[in-house]
Design a protein around this ligand. Structure first.
Ligand code: 7TS
Length: 405
């Protein structure tokens, strides 16, 4: 079963003190901490296997390639992709969305077409589509949310039509914690002939994702929010769609034959991986996935649910605190404002107590505009957090409130 002490001991960073207080790390939606096995896999690669992939005939290059391609297989299995050819490594979620907007969008979107997103998207699932619309004359439509921070399904349905060519939707909101009903959204989008991109940046560390069951066209996420390293992420797409798309970037590894007259592109997934990839990052990503698999989503989800319920109850009883995001289906995120204390002041004061939270617009300015707040404070939880840490957060919030009273 779930052994919290064992889990915590896997993460070396958690043992430290900040300003003489035990570190309470509650900024997991920004990035999670890394277990020793991930740090070790990255060190191992640099200490023993470092070489470029796919090109050398020597032993190190073969080892590096085997580890890199091994990670691709692990990730394909984790998300239940049809094949590792559907797994494209990117710098992260942001680059994966830009890849789709640029390559698929450039080839398939024309003036008058519509891209439908939601009001709760992260900027990285808004701006690339805006840029595409500016280039092509397509129109960006935004499905509404309600006061709980949930997608208004009737509003979404009303905007979905034969003109919709792509639906971009966040699986789990980073600013609100809301989990969207992506299976039904995908079904409805496909019924009008639209493709669907799901932004799984937040969801992938907390929920089991079965891409074949979902039948999603594009799923994107970042390793660093899943206990893996920064600078690595994936676009997982349906093979037939990826195969029909033009390359995103040109360069080494993405070609088969180059002449000055014309170049012939490589097969999937290499067609979309121009240049030397983040080899160490991908190897670390694979190890992080194995770590999650070792703990198991059942245990993770049960643990995180308990923690969120505990924190939510405390928040509801905290005088002057307004929760932003109270969806029936939500996970791991407690976004809030405290009357009389600006979120940034709050963040700074609780930091002095060793508590790391985030304050700001969380790259979701439209969410802030909807709730008419300039910013929120956000505590975001992970499997290694404890009830005692939630208590430390609320004790620190009380201190901040007293200072400003
Ligand atoms: N989509 C969502 C839902 C996110 O939460 C984030 C990052 C991104 C996309 C972009 O991911 P990246 O890895 O490419 O940067 N969210 C946050 C956050 O909530 N605080 O810092 C980054």
């Amino acid at each position: 079963m779930f052994d919290i002490e064992k889990i915590r001991s896997d993460f070396p960073i958690l043992g430290q003190q900040i300003y003489g207080k035990p570190l309470v790390y509650l900024d997991n939606a920004a990035t999670t901490q890394k277990p020793q096995c991930v740090i070790g896999a990255i060190s191992h690669y640099y200490e023993l296997d470092n070489a470029n992939v796919h090109r050398g005939v020597h032993a190190l290059s073969e080892r590096a390639t085997a580890a890199y391609e091994g990670a691709r297989k692990i990730i394909a299995g984790f998300f239940n992709a049809r094949s590792p050819r559907e797994v494209i490594f990117t710098r992260g979620t942001t680059e994966a969305i830009n890849l789709v907007a640029s390559s698929w969008g450039g080839a398939n979107i024309k003036a008058g077409d519509e891209i439908l997103i939601t009001h709760m998207e992260h900027h990285s699932n808004i701006v690339p589509w805006q840029m595409l619309c500016e280039r092509t004359g397509a129109v960006l439509k935004v499905a509404p949310i309600n006061a709980a921070g949930e997608l208004v399904i009737e509003g979404f349905d009303a905007l979905l039509s034969e003109r919709t060519k792509l639906v971009g939707v966040v699986h789990m909101s980073n600013a609100l914690g809301t989990i969207n009903p992506i299976a039904s959204i995908i079904g409805k989008a496909h019924a009008v002939g639209a493709k669907v991109l799901v932004d799984g940046a937040q969801a992938a560390a907390h929920l089991a994702v079965d891409l074949q069951a979902l039948d999603v066209d594009f799923y994107v996420t970042s390793a660093h929010k899943m206990y893996g390293p920064t600078g690595t992420g994936v676009l997982i797409g349906k093979e037939e769609i990826l195969a029909s798309m033009p390359p995103y970037q040109g360069g080494g590894d993405m070609i088969r034959i180059v002449t000055f007259e014309k170049s012939e592109y490589n097969d999937l997934p290499y067609k979309f991986e121009a240049g030397t990839p983040h080899i160490a990052g991908v190897i670390g990503f694979g190890k992080a996935i194995e770590y999650i698999q070792g703990v198991g989503f059942e245990a993770i989800a049960a643990r995180e649910k308990e923690l969120l319920a505990y924190a939510t109850a405390k928040a509801e009883n905290f005088e002057g605190l307004r929760l932003i995001g109270t969806a029936a289906e939500k996970a791991c995120v407690l976004s809030f404002v405290l009357n009389s204390v600006h979120p940034h002041d709050l963040g700074t004061i609780v930091d002095r107590e060793g508590v790391a939270i985030r304050a700001g617009h969380h790259c979701a300015m439209p969410v802030m505009q909807f709730f008419k707040v300039p910013a929120t404070a956000r505590a975001s939880f992970s499997m290694y957090n404890t009830e005692a840490e939630v208590d430390a957060l609320f004790a620190a919030l009380k201190k901040a409130q007293d200072i400003f009273a």
